[in-house]
Design a protein around this ligand. Structure first.
Ligand SMILES: CC(C)(COP(=O)(O)OP(=O)(O)OC[C@H]1O[C@@H](n2cnc3c(N)ncnc32)[C@H](O)[C@@H]1OP(=O)(O)O)[C@@H](O)C(=O)NCCC(=O)NCCS
Length: 140
């Protein structure tokens, strides 16, 4: 189970009325990146639906011309649901602009939740362990 990294370029159409990256655009990129993490691992994008965006805090603005990096990983798995953690940085900096969790559910062709059979590997480091602890405390 590896990290999935996706990058986006902040363009003029991505800006808000303050001239910084629009939160809605960042949220869209965040959901997409977390979805790609689940889709890449399961290879079943058609079976994945988003059930909960647990919260996304913005601690730094993005600016036009920035490269926004979205790094995602599995944080928690249930029977039919799984939760992906996403971390957002920009350019070559490790400073976190935003991070959060999204829970997806594996569904059949009728939209009914079905087991995904995903098994979470052991945490690879301290950061991974802390992310999983945070995921266990998320509310529905
Ligand atoms: C996803 C969906 C099928 C789940 O239906 P449901 O009746 O809640 O199903 P269940 O009660 O069996 O729950 C299924 C799993 O989702 C989890 N779940 C349900 N609601 C949740 C929530 N708000 N947050 C986190 N997990 C949730 C349950 O804990 C369960 O996980 P588990 O099997 O790993 O223990 C249904 O909510 C749905 O169709 N939602 C719309 C999805 C969608 O269209 N997304 C795009 C939004 S624009």
């Amino acid at each position: 189970m590896e990290f999935v990294k996706v990058s986006r370029l902040v363009k003029s159409e991505d800006l808000n009325h303050h001239g910084t990256l629009f939160a809605g655009r960042m949220a869209e990129w965040f959901v997409e990146a977390c979805f790609i993490c689940g889709a890449k691992y399961t290879k079943k994008p058609e079976n994945i639906v988003c059930v909960n965006i647990h919260g996304l805090t913005f601690t730094e603005p993005g600016n036009e011309g920035d490269i926004i990096n979205l790094e995602t990983r599995f944080a928690k798995v249930g029977r039919t649901s799984f939760t992906v953690y996403g971390k957002i940085t920009k350019n070559d900096s490790n400073k976190i602009l935003s991070d959060g969790f999204i829970t997806f559910v594996f569904v059949d062709e009728n939209g009914k939740a079905i087991p995904h059979n995903i098994v979470l590997d052991e945490p690879i480091d301290e950061e991974d362990r802390k992310i999983r602890e945070r995921a266990l405390k998320l509310n529905k």
